[in-house]
Design a binder for this molecule. Structure first.
Ligand SMILES: [Zn+2]
Ligand SMILES: [Zn+2]
Length: 215
């Protein structure tokens, strides 16, 4: 004789009845009511999860068109890319990386903008306007240390000393000329810059690993 399945609530009596489309069984009205509540709670939880998922997706889509948010993400990638590119340039010339403004080595590196984002937002993702700089001293404390101090050359002289007279002067002229050509960024542009920067980061990191391993 085949045994009848047990009630899924009390586990004692036989599960005489099937609960709707589920495979669960119950013995009578009392357990049936409890089971119905359990099934409903499970369905509600699934609904909440679904709603949350949809909401997160909508929020993400909204952020897709959120320009300040896109700038925040791209800033991190671009600046990291420039730090790596500048370091690689030094290594390729058998030089130790140095700060564009104070010339010191082995510093807390950052990407220093010659024309600040506030001055010339159109140059914020321009490699010609961004060079390796020490973060705490020149970038933060001396606002980029553009013209130099008693003990340091400053950004302008640094461009010449690091890149040579011709290129350094061209970089200086370029940034000064471009300073007034305003540009209105779009989310797509900013996103694409980030995608390209991330690719470049991966490429350079692989190369730098071999340089730094032999230091
Ligand atoms: Zn029961
Ligand atoms: Zn410095």
């Amino acid at each position: 004789m085949q045994r009848k399945p047990k009630c899924s609530i009390c586990k004692k009596a036989e599960g005489v009845y099937r609960a709707g489309e589920t495979l669960k069984r119950f013995c009578g009205a009392e357990c049936g009511a409890i089971l119905a509540l359990q099934i409903k709670a499970k369905r509600d939880a699934a609904k909440v999860k679904e709603t949350k998922k949809r909401y997160a997706k909508e929020k993400e889509a909204f952020r897709d068109n959120d320009l300040p948010y896109q700038h925040n993400l791209t800033k991190v990638s671009f600046n990291r890319m420039r730090v790596l590119q500048c370091k690689l340039r030094f290594y390729e010339r058998n030089q130790e990386p140095e700060c564009i403004s104070c010339g010191r080595k082995k510093m807390d590196w950052c990407c220093g903008h010659f024309k600040t984002v506030g001055q010339a937002g159109q140059l914020r993702y321009d490699p010609k306007n961004t060079h390796l700089q020490c973060n705490k001293n020149c970038n933060m404390s001396l606002s980029g240390n553009i013209t130099g101090t008693k003990t340091s050359r400053g950004y302008i002289k640094g461009l010449i000393e690091v890149y040579g007279q011709t290129i350094g002067a061209a970089l200086y002229q370029y940034c000064n000329e471009k300073q007034y050509q305003k540009h209105k960024w779009t989310c797509d542009e900013v996103k694409n810059i980030r995608i390209e920067a991330n690719k470049e980061i991966r490429r350079i990191e692989a190369i730098l690993n071999t340089y730094e391993a032999t230091q």
